[in-house]
Structure formats: structure tokens, C-alpha cells
Design a protein around this ligand. Structure first.
Ligand code: KG4
Ligand code: ZN
Length: 340
């Protein structure tokens, strides 16, 4: 019954969690607001904010879990991919903490952690602690600010990438669309909220023909940009007048494209269970869409609760727990890595 302290600091969220086996006892997230005014994550500021947040966040996670730090059996941390300056804070902290407690270290890949978030049993609510978890093989659509992948899971760590983006990630595309409309950062949740009042069929944007299960989002972004440039020439107030319809239409275009290929991949690989993960899986169009597809084909569908979509340490903890069971511990000398 190991107690695992997990630490996540790959981008702009400082997070710590405590798990007992696969049961989540606490999950503390400090999101950095400092980047909003710059319209994107500023790596140097992210690193500094992690340094300020890491001690209070870990302290709160241990306190909220109702345990003493001497009970911790292992420390799991995100080793990569992510921003180097951000990763270094979590990695160094995890190493020093594990050394001070004389417990093993477990390195976790951030992308694998997103996918494995479906196995968290959240003890803090009755429904979540008893929820069903996926059975292998299952297909997962991983969509975040940095990655877009269709992954076939044969076991917890046997992840076969069937397709991925050849340029921008889905989250990056939606954030850029928001930036073009000057809506603020991060744009994904803003577009999601505004789209609720809009007509998704008001405008159409072409999606590219990419072979296999790969994606491409840079063309969509460019056609959105040119479309707006032309309309703004006719009416400088075009964005303001059509904001909700524009959000609903670009959201449908990006999420619809994601869903179409994912459905094809699931059908061709004859899976009966499907899941979504990563920050963009918080999107309501995508969540409704996967639910609809699952019902159509009688697939079991796994949609993470919102707290486990965007970056969090609970997902690092569950990945760490499965590695703990495999005795897969990390050497203290391991450096972080920035790319997958
Ligand atoms: O997984 P995540 O927190 O960080 C990375 O590992 O990248 O994902 C962040 C991304 C951002 O692009 C953000 O705009 C997007 O997830 N996102 C959303 C929503 N909430 C977060 N995109 C669309 N709709 C949302 N509701
Ligand atoms: Zn992430």
C-alpha cells in the first residue's frame, strides 16, 4: 500500500498530489496567471513561478492527504516533455525530497500520465472512487496544448501511436484562433464558453486531407486568418458582431476533424473502448462528440473529469504507481527532457 508523492511542473501549472495505491488523496494545483498578459506562456516567468509555488503546493498536498511526510514511500515526477526551466524545478525538488526521505524516485512521461489519468480512483468523492476504469486494448485521443495523438493502449505502458499531428497541436490551433480574434489566453476555454451562444454552421473552414490517422492544423489556422482578414476589410467590426458564431464554427471544425479520424481509427482497429485525455478533452464539443460516437457504435467511453484534463499531479501519481508495481525506479542523475 505505497503512499506516492507526485510532482508536475512541465509547463505553467505547479501541482503536487498524494496517492495511496491508485487512490487519490489530494491534488493541489497552482495555475500561473502571470502569462495571461503576454498571450502565451513565458518560459522564464513560468520557471520562476514554479520556484515560488513548489514548496507551498507540496506542503498543502501532504496536509490535505492527512498524512505525515515520513509515510511517503516514493516520489514520482514529470521528467518531460515540457519547458526545460519549468521541468528543472519539479525534477530538482523531487530528487532532493526523495533523497531526504531516503525513498525511491519514479520518472514519468507527461503524455503517458495524461492517458493514464483514466485509472485514478478519486477517494475524495464516492462516485469517482468507485468508477470503472478502461480495459485493454483501448484507444485514446490525447489532445493538449503541445500534442495531438491517437494512441492504442495494449497495457499501461505499451502505447502504440497510430497517428499524430504533423504540425500544430489541436490546443495550439484553438489558442491561435482565439489570439487572432483577440479573445485572451488560454483561448481554448474562452472559445468553448463563447461557442455555447453561437451557431456552429455559420461559417465553414476546410480541413486538410492527410493520409492515415495523422492530423494537420496549420492550414485551418491560416484559412481562419485569411477568412477574417477578408471580412474585416468589408466590416471592421466583423469579429465583434459574429464572435459567438465564429467560436462555434472554428470549434466545430477543429473538434469535428479530431473526432472523424479518431472514429475511423477505432473502427479499423476494432476497439470497443475509447477515451479522451489532455487539456483539450475539457472541450464540451469534443466531450459530447465522443459520447455520441461511443453510443452509436456501442463503445464504452471514458471522459476525464475536468480537474484531470488539464495538467495535474494526480495523473503523474497514477503513472508513478503503475511503475512502482513494476519496480521501475529512476536514478537520481536523470536529467529532464524537453521533447517526446
Ligand atoms: O494538457 P494541457 O493542460 O497542457 C499541455 O500539456 O499542453 O493543455 C492545455 C491546452 C491549451 O491549449 C488550452 O487552450 C486547452 O488545453 N484547453 C481547451 C479547453 N480547456 C483547456 N481547449 C478547448 N476547450 C476547452 N474547454
Ligand atoms: Zn499536459
Amino acid at each position: 500500500m505505497p503512499y506516492i508523492l507526485a510532482i508536475e511542473s512541465s509547463c505553467d501549472d505547479t501541482s503536487a498530489a498524494i496517492l495511496n495505491n491508485d487512490h487519490l488523496l489530494s491534488n493541489v494545483i497552482a495555475s500561473q496567471k502571470v502569462h495571461e498578459q503576454y498571450g502565451g506562456v513565458v518560459p522564464e516567468l513560468a520557471s520562476r513561478a514554479h520556484q515560488q509555488n513548489i514548496v507551498p503546493v507540496v506542503d498543502a498536498a501532504i496536509r490535505n492527504a492527512g498524512i505525515d511526510k515520513s509515510q511517503i514511500d516514493a516520489v514520482a515526477f514529470t521528467r518531460g516533455p515540457g519547458l526545460l526551466g519549468s521541468l528543472l524545478v519539479g525534477v530538482s525538488f523531487a530528487k532532493s525530497f526523495a533523497q531526504a526521505l531516503d525513498v525511491p524516485l519514479i520518472e514519468v512521461n507527461h503524455l503517458q500520465a495524461h492517458v493514464l489519468s483514466h485509472f485514478i480512483k478519486d477517494c475524495r468523492t464516492v462516485d469517482e472512487s468507485n468508477k470503472a476504469t478502461p480495459e485493454f486494448p483501448f484507444l485514446c485521443l490525447l489532445v493538449s496544448g503541445g500534442h495531438t495523438q491517437i494512441i492504442l493502449l495494449h497495457s499501461h505502458f505499451e502505447m502504440e501511436i497510430l497517428g499524430q499531428t504533423i504540425d500544430d497541436a489541436a490546443g495550439e490551433a484553438i489558442d491561435k484562433a482565439a489570439k487572432i480574434m483577440d479573445l485572451g489566453y488560454p483561448g481554448g476555454p474562452i472559445i468553448d464558453r463563447l461557442a455555447k451562444e453561437g451557431n456552429p454552421d455559420a461559417f465553414t473552414f476546410a480541413t486538410p486531407h492527410i493520409p492515415g490517422y495523422d492530423y494537420s492544423f496549420s492550414g485551418i489556422k491560416t484559412s481562419f486568418l485569411y477568412f477574417l482578414r477578408d471580412r474585416l476589410e468589408e466590416d471592421p467590426d466583423f469579429i465583434n458582431k459574429n464572435k459567438a458564431d465564429l467560436c462555434a464554427s472554428i470549434q466545430k471544425c477543429i473538434m469535428g476533424f479530431l473526432l472523424k479520424k479518431f472514429e475511423k481509427a477505432a473502427l479499423n482497429n476494432r476497439v470497443r473502448q475509447v477515451a479522451i485525455a489532455g487539456g483539450v478533452s475539457a472541450n464540451s464539443y469534443l466531450r459530447d462528440g465522443i459520447q455520441r460516437i461511443g453510443e452509436k457504435h456501442h463503445w464504452k467511453t471514458f471522459i476525464p473529469t475536468l480537474q484531470f484534463c488539464t495538467d495535474n499531479a494526480a495523473m503523474v501519481g497514477i503513472a508513478g504507481y503503475f511503475k512502482y508495481l513494476l519496480n521501475d525506479f529512476a536514478d537520481i542523475s536523470l536529467p529532464p527532457y524537453t521533447r517526446s
